[in-house]
Design a protein around this ligand. Structure first.
Ligand SMILES: CC(C)(COP(=O)([O-])OP(=O)([O-])OC[C@H]1O[C@@H](n2cnc3c(N)ncnc32)[C@H](O)[C@@H]1OP(=O)([O-])[O-])[C@@H](O)C(=O)NCCC(=O)NCCSC(=O)C[C@@](C)(O)CC(=O)[O-]
Length: 442
């Protein structure tokens, strides 16, 4: 029996900012962002969008495009690090939105008997959800699971993470009928607890607040969307973890130089060029090249062989990322969709090709695994129109971007949007304080 991904869909935020506009306002050389990191556009959510609406859009599209009966889905596992609540899973919001949108066709509460939960480990949470769901299907081969990766990657204004912001969702149908990708049950894993990027509770003291009311507590702790991070250290942790997980993968599979057999190398992409920038180490180790000094490392990166290797095995997976930015948990799956969409558009035949995945989540963990492209892959990809869909987004000015970032806009930039949108957040009723209410506009 085979196990893997039967179908896949995606959703990207409806707005974007041109990276050159951000570069100009921040006094950064545009070439650094465009040619150095591979950034062109930054996907950004409108007022009514969040990680729950992204997830709901990707879930509904999956169900509609592949005519799935929602009652046949036994579990929906959502990988996210943009949870809207510290107890109620974002998956439950997404599930409810889709239930409402499907009510006419499938009746009330079509996911009533579905197991729904969030999984969080920074950017690798959705790989964990996939790993887990594959195990589930393996032990329950008559069942199907859906994995959703959904995030809004937000950093502080004017920080070094600002130009890597983005967001969106990817949904995957996991079953014993892997029409897109059959996944091998071998997982190279490396974990180490570090503080490279994290979202702790931030502490605020009353004495530091201007005009705090008398009743305000002396000290409060709040979660914010924006991480505490050390950019260059996070790069190092990423590089170390993927090397360790890759070594583990080699150990458990007995494969020598596995990357040489991979048609595509699919990385977690915090920005488009990250995978190709960090893989130089593994590439050097496997090809017997010196990689000690910064000069040697640069020489590998600039070598003709490595550039050819990137063009053949990595470049196509970067294209969507350049247009969207970091999607946290969804980045690795969007990189897969990007490569497959380009191959499909170029009428390439990928049947039987092996694809290698190098996932990373800060904090930190890497998982390395591989899959084989199925005979029916083109039927699955024929439902996507990734690069055309990206062209339908609305461009925003730098001024609008800053207002959205600071949550200063009450109305959506696109008030006539279609699809799922946040309608209100309860601010009065103490029994429902903070409850979020969404609607679907057909
Ligand atoms: C990603 C960093 C660290 C980048 O940091 P940075 O300081 O902006 O950039 P850099 O100095 O590392 O690299 C700039 C590149 O541009 C080049 N450059 C310079 N000028 C020019 C020019 N004029 N023309 C052409 N090229 C130019 C320059 O040469 C260099 O390329 P290289 O040669 O080294 O490959 C920063 O944006 C950041 O801190 N981001 C947030 C954290 C992050 O994304 N970390 C990545 C690894 S951790 C991760 O992936 C997990 C994460 C973040 O997704 C979270 C999670 O797991 O939940």
């Amino acid at each position: 029996m085979t196990f893997g991904i039967e179908a896949a869909s995606y959703y990207v935020p409806s707005l974007y900012l041109e990276i050159k506009d951000l570069a100009e306002k921040r006094g950064i050389e545009p070439a650094k962002l465009e040619k150095g990191l591979g950034l062109h556009k930054m996907g950004f959510p409108d007022v009514h969008e969040d990680a729950a609406t992204f997830a709901a859009e990707a879930l509904l599209k999956l169900i509609k495009d592949y005519t799935i009966n929602p009652k046949d889905i036994s579990r929906i596992y959502l990988g996210t690090e943009s949870a809207l609540d510290a107890a109620k899973p974002t998956a439950s919001y997404a599930m409810q939105m889709v239930e409402k949108a499907l009510e006419k066709e499938f009746g009330e509460r079509c996911f009533k008997n579905c197991d729904v939960v969030d999984m969080t480990f920074a950017c690798i949470g959705a790989v964990d959800a996939l790993h887990n769901s594959l195990d589930f299907v393996r032990s329950n081969p008559d069942k199907k699971a859906i994995v959703i990766a959904s995030d809004y990657a937000k950093y502080e204004l004017a920080s070094s993470g600002e130009y890597t912001q983005g967001g969106g969702a990817v949904s995957l149908l996991v079953s014993t009928k892997p029409d897109l990708l059959e996944i091998e049950n071998k997982w190279g894993i490396a974990t180490e607890s570090v503080f490279d990027f994290f979202k702790p509770r931030r502490h605020f003291k009353k004495e530091n607040l201007i005009n705090a009311p008398e009743t305000f507590p002396d000290k409060i702790e709040v979660f914010t969307d924006e991480p505490v991070f050390d950019g260059q250290y996070s790069n190092q942790c990423y590089q170390d973890r993927i090397r360790e997980a890759y070594d583990h993968y080699k150990e458990i599979t007995g494969k020598n130089n596995p990357h040489k057999n991979w048609k595509y190398l699919i990385f977690h992409l915090p920005y488009a060029f990250h995978g190709k920038r960090v893989f130089t180490e593994i590439y050097s180790l496997e090809n017997g090249l010196s990689y000690e000094t910064p000069e040697e490392q640069k020489a590998v990166a600039k070598s003709e062989d490595y550039i050819q290797f990137i063009n053949d095995k990595i470049e196509k997976s970067q294209r969507a990322s350049s247009e969207i930015g970091n999607m946290y948990t969804a980045s690795i799956f969007m990189a897969l969709l990007s490569a497959l969409q380009v191959s499909f558009n170029e009428k390439e035949d990928l049947t039987g090709s092996e694809i290698g995945f190098l996932g990373y989540g800060s904090g930190s963990k890497s998982k390395v695994f591989s899959g084989k492209v199925s005979r029916n892959w083109k039927n699955v990809v024929s439902k996507w129109n990734l690069f055309e869909d990206l062209k339908t987004r609305t461009a925003i000015s730098f001024e609008t971007y800053e207002k959205l970032h600071r949550k200063q806009l009450e109305e959506s930039v696109n008030p006539n949007y279609k699809g799922f949108g946040l309608q209100s957040v309860e601010l009065e009723n103490p029994l429902l304080l903070g409850a979020r209410y969404y609607e679907y506009k057909a």
